[in-house]
Design a protein around this ligand. Structure first.
Ligand code: G3I
Length: 464
C-alpha cells in the first residue's frame, strides 16, 4: 500500500472506521518525512488541543559546526520543521548575545527569519528569553553601569524586543533559570538579580506585558519538572506575584531528561498545582539524553528514552492548562547534548538521517495514533527493539494518581494558539489545494461513521 494510503488507513483505524483509499493522494509524502505511514506530530497534537514545538537550530553550539545554521542551510531540516511542528522556539537567536550584541545595536535578522517561517507555516512562536544569567553579551556583563542605568537597559531591551515581535509571539520565557536547585534565587550569577534585587523580576514581567499585552509570560527552568525545591520556589514566587497583580501567565518545565535517571512522575501534579493558580503550563525544551559507547545506544536505552518522552507528554496532556510541548531540537545531528556532556547524546526524536526513534512513535501513541506498520529496527547492530508498552508503567511516586484519559483541550480564555483554532491549519499551498478535493472525498466516504468530528477535521486538514 502506498505510504499515503497507510497514513489514511492509520487515521481510520485510530478512528475505528473502515476507509476507502483514494489514488489522488499519491504525492502526500516528502523527502525526509520521518514517518510516512503516520500523520505528523503537529496534526496529532492539534487533535488533542495542544501544540508540539521544537527549538530551531542556530547560534550557540551550532556556530562551532560546519553547517552552523541548519535552519537556513538544510532543506530537509526545514521540511521536517514545517511539517512536524506547530510551534517553534529560536534555540539561541533571541538571546541577548544574539539579538542585542552591542549596547546600541539590535540584530533581529535571524530571529525575524524564524518568525517569518513560523507565520508562513502556521506555527506559533515561543520567545526565549529576556532575563537570564547566561548568554549575555560582554558589553553587558563586563560593562560599568549604575543601578539606574542597568534597570533602564533591561527595560529598553524588553520593550524593544517584545515590541518588535508584538502580536507574533505566543509565549515569552520572561525569566529563565532564576532559581538554584535548592530554590534560592541565583543572585551571584544573574546580573539582574545581583545588581537590582528580586524586585526586578516583577518589573520584567510588567514591561513585557506593556510591550505585548497578548503574549503569555512564563517562568522557565530545568530540573523543575517534578515537585521539588526549585519548582516549589517558582510556585511560591508566582503566588506572591499574582497577589501583587503582576502579569505572570505561565510556568514551564524545560525537561532536559536523561535515561540514567528515573522519570519524575510528579510532573503532572507539579503542573496541576500551577494550573490551579490559573497559569498555563508547558514543556519547553524536552530531550532525553543517553550515556552510551559505540555508534548507537542499546535498544533497551532507546526504549527507556521513548518512555520518558511519552510520560512527559502524558503529564502535559493530563493537565488542562498545559497546551504546549516543545522538544529541544528534533534531530541528533543538531542536538546541544554531545557538546555539553561528554559520552552522552542521541537525545532527540530522530536519528541523524531523520529516521524516527521509538520516542517519535511513542509521542504519536500518547496522542492516540498508532502505527499500522512495524517501525524499522532502531539499532542496525542489534535485534529490533521491543516496542514501548501500550500502558504507562506504575507510577514511581506513591502520591501520584492514575491520570484520566485525555480529551481534546478547549482553548482557554486568551489562548492565542492559532494552530489549535479551527481552520488555522489550512495553509493553502498549490499542492494542498490540489489535494483538498480528494481529502473531501475521503471525508465523505467516512460519512456518518465518523461521528467524532475532531477525527474528521484531522483528516481534512492533512497537509501534504
Ligand atoms: O560565548 C562563547 C564564545 O565566547 C566562544 O568563543 C564560543 C566557542 O564555541 O562559545 C560561546 O559560547 C557558546 C554559547 O552557546 C553562546 O553562543 C557555547 O559554546 C555553546 O555551547 C552555547 O550553546 C547553547 C546553550 O544554550 C548556552 O547555554 C546551546 O546552543 C543551546 O541549545 C542551549 O540552550 C539552553 C536553553 O537556552 C536554556 N535551557 C538549557 C538549554 C541547554 O543548555
Amino acid at each position: 500500500m502506498h505510504s499515503t494510503m497507510r497514513r489514511i488507513a492509520t487515521l481510520c483505524l485510530a478512528a475505528g472506521v473502515v476507509c476507502a483509499p483514494s489514488a489522488a493522494l499519491a504525492s502526500n509524502t516528502y523527502e525526509g518525512d520521518p514517518a510516512p505511514d503516520l500523520i505528523s506530530l503537529r496534526e496529532a497534537a492539534k487533535a488533542k488541543g495542544i501544540v508540539i514545538g521544537t527549538a530551531v537550530a542556530g547560534g550557540g553550539h551550532h556556530d562551532a559546526t560546519p553547517e552552523q545554521n541548519p535552519f537556513r542551510n538544510s532543506p530537509i531540516y526545514q521540511r521536517v520543521l514545517a511539517n512536524e511542528f506547530s510551534s517553534v522556539t529560536p534555540e539561541n537567536q533571541m538571546k541577548w548575545d544574539h539579538i542585542h550584541p552591542e549596547k546600541d545595536t539590535y540584530s533581529f535578522t535571524l530571529a525575524d527569519e524564524i518568525v517569518a517561517f513560523a507565520q508562513a507555516n502556521n506555527q506559533v512562536v515561543r520567545g526565549h528569553t529576556l532575563l537570564w544569567h547566561s548568554q549575555n553579551p560582554e558589553w553587558l556583563e563586563k560593562g560599568t553601569f549604575t543601578k539606574d542605568e542597568l534597570r533602564q537597559i533591561l527595560k529598553d531591551h524588553i520593550t524593544t524586543v517584545v515590541g518588535h515581535y508584538k502580536g507574533k509571539i505566543q509565549q515569552w520565557d520572561v525569566a529563565n533559570e532564576i532559581f538554584t536547585g535548592e530554590g534560592k534565587l541565583r543572585t551571584d550569577e544573574n546580573i539582574w538579580l545581583r545588581e537590582l534585587g528580586p524586585e526586578i523580576i516583577a518589573d520584567a514581567f510588567r514591561w513585557a506585558h506593556e510591550a505585548d499585552p497578548n503574549a503569555l509570560l512564563f517562568f522557565n527552568d530545568y530540573s523543575a519538572e517534578g515537585i521539588n525545591d526549585k519548582s516549589t520556589a517558582y510556585y511560591e514566587l508566582t503566588k506572591k506575584l499574582l497577589n501583587e497583580g503582576v502579569p505572570v501567565h505561565g510556568f514551564s518545565a524545560q525537561a532536559h531528561l536523561g535515561t540514567q535517571w528515573g522519570f519524575d512522575t510528579s510532573m503532572r501534579d507539579n503542573f496541576a498545582r500551577f494550573d490551579a493558580l490559573g497559569l498555563e503550563t508547558a514543556i519547553t525544551e524536552l530531550d532525553v539524553r543517553i550515556k552510551f559507547d559505540g555508534p548507537r545506544p542499546s535498544d533497551e536505552l532507546i526504549a527507556k528514552q521513548a518512555d520518558h518522552y511519552g510520560q512527559s507528554l502524558r503529564a502535559c496532556l493530563d493537565v488542562p492548562g498545559c497546551k504546549s510541548v516543545t522538544v529541544w531540537g528534533f534531530n541528533d545531528t543538531y542536538s546541544w547534548v554531545p557538546s555539553f556532556f561528554q559520552g552522552e547524546g542521541a537525545a532527540t526524536l530522530l536519528w541523524e538521517d531523520y529516521t524516527p526513534k521509538p520516542a517519535y512513535f511513542r509521542l504519536l501513541k500518547e496522542m492516540g495514533v498508532e502505527p499500522t506498520v512495524t517501525p524499522p529496527p532502531t539499532n542496525p547492530q542489534q535485534p529490533p527493539a521491543p516496542q514501548p508498552p501500550a500502558t504507562q508503567p506504575p507510577a514511581q511516586n506513591p502520591g501520584s494518581t492514575t491520570p484520566p484519559p485525555s480529551t481534546p483541550k478547549p482553548n482557554a480564555p486568551g489562548d492565542k494558539d492559532k494552530a489549535t483554532k479551527p481552520g488555522a491549519g489550512d495553509k493553502k499551498t498549490p499542492q494542498k489545494i490540489a489535494q483538498t478535493g480528494a481529502l473531501t472525498g475521503i471525508a465523505l466516504l467516512l460519512g456518518g461513521g465518523l461521528a467524532a468530528a475532531g477525527s474528521m477535521a484531522m483528516i481534512a486538514r492533512k497537509r501534504y
